[in-house]
Design a protein around this ligand. Structure first.
Ligand code: CAA
Length: 260
């Protein structure tokens, strides 16, 4: 892997396992365009590398990711371009054919939760906090959150979280089936690597087809919903409320939404 990655730490802690660590602690690992592009590039390289059989995605032991970068999104002039670049990277994550294990400590919000939900297995710490807080910014999830959260939690819970922006903890994430398992916060990284090791020892061909088959079961009807979500997200890109929500967050005040 090239050393030109800035927002991502890349290592191989065990044979056949690649670990990608989101590394923007000063911004709570917010997924700016560059970070997502680096993630996509690392996955493209892992896809082509026969030595790599399983990828662990983590934000390290304190936080997974606080979602898209609010500062980057607040620039109205570049909003559409930023959104398009982000979509291209999300597509690469979605299309990655090898198993992805998410190791989640702390906040896993917005685009961060969407990233975790794109992973095939999620190991969460008992300190994890999940949520889709976009609504608090006058926005909605833009990388499959409305669809995948609903598929995982069911309509009633997904509506509560998508409409209120309220966070929920690891116990609820486990009970509702959002995550694969919950362990003590300080065991997350080790358990994720252990699972990745179990996976990486299997036939790469069987893994690829197993992933494809299980994904089909959960995502066959997703394409239509994703299109609807994208259209709704684009409508909100230029709204006054979105501008107000982003500005209010950065100015640390309560937003004054007008419905425009
Ligand atoms: N983007 C950019 N910067 C962020 C950020 C984000 N998503 N989340 C936190 N930061 C920054 C803060 O602005 C702050 O910077 P300064 O020190 O320069 O003021 C720093 O990280 C620390 O943040 P807090 O002081 O708020 O830290 P905290 O520990 O008290 O709270 C938090 C952590 C709960 C994650 C809180 O920061 C928060 O609510 N963040 C925003 C979460 C959010 O709304 N995410 C959704 C983004 S939209 C999205 O994801 C949709 C999409 O895909 C398009």
């Amino acid at each position: 892997m090239p050393s030109s990655f800035q927002d991502l730490l890349i290592d191989s802690p065990a044979p056949h396992i690649l670990r990608l660590t989101l590394n923007r602690p000063e911004a709570r690992n917010a997924l700016r365009v560059q970070l997502l592009a680096e993630l996509a590039e690392a996955l493209r390289q892992a896809e082509a590398d026969d030595q790599m059989r399983c990828v662990v995605v983590t934000g390290g032991p304190k936080i997974f990711a606080a979602g898209a970068d609010v500062r980057e999104m607040a620039d109205v002039a570049t909003a559409a371009a930023v959104s398009e670049q982000r979509q291209a990277s999300w597509r690469t994550v979605h299309d990655f054919s090898k198993p992805l294990v998410a190791a989640v400590n702390g906040y896993c919000l917005g685009g961060g939760n969407e990233l975790a939900m794109l992973c095939d297995v999620i190991v969460a710490g008992d300190d994890a906090q999940f949520g889709q807080p976009e609504i608090k910014l006058g926005m909605i999830p833009g990388a499959g959150g409305t669809q995948r959260l609903t598929a995982a939690l069911g309509k009633a819970k997904a509506m509560k979280f998508v409409l209120s922006g309220e966070f929920f903890g690891a116990a609820e994430a486990l009970a509702t089936g959002l995550v694969s398992e919950v362990v003590a916060a300080d065991k997350v990284q080790a358990r994720a690597l252990e699972l990745a090791g179990l996976i990486a020892a299997k036939s790469p061909l069987a893994l690829r087809l197993a992933k494809e088959a299980v994904r089909h079961a959960s995502e066959a009807k997703l394409a239509e919903g994703m299109l609807l979500e994208r259209q709704a997200f684009n409508v909100l890109l230029t709204s006054d409320d979105r501008r107000e929500g982003l500005a209010a967050f950065l100015e640390k005040r309560t937003p004054n939404f007008k419905g425009r």
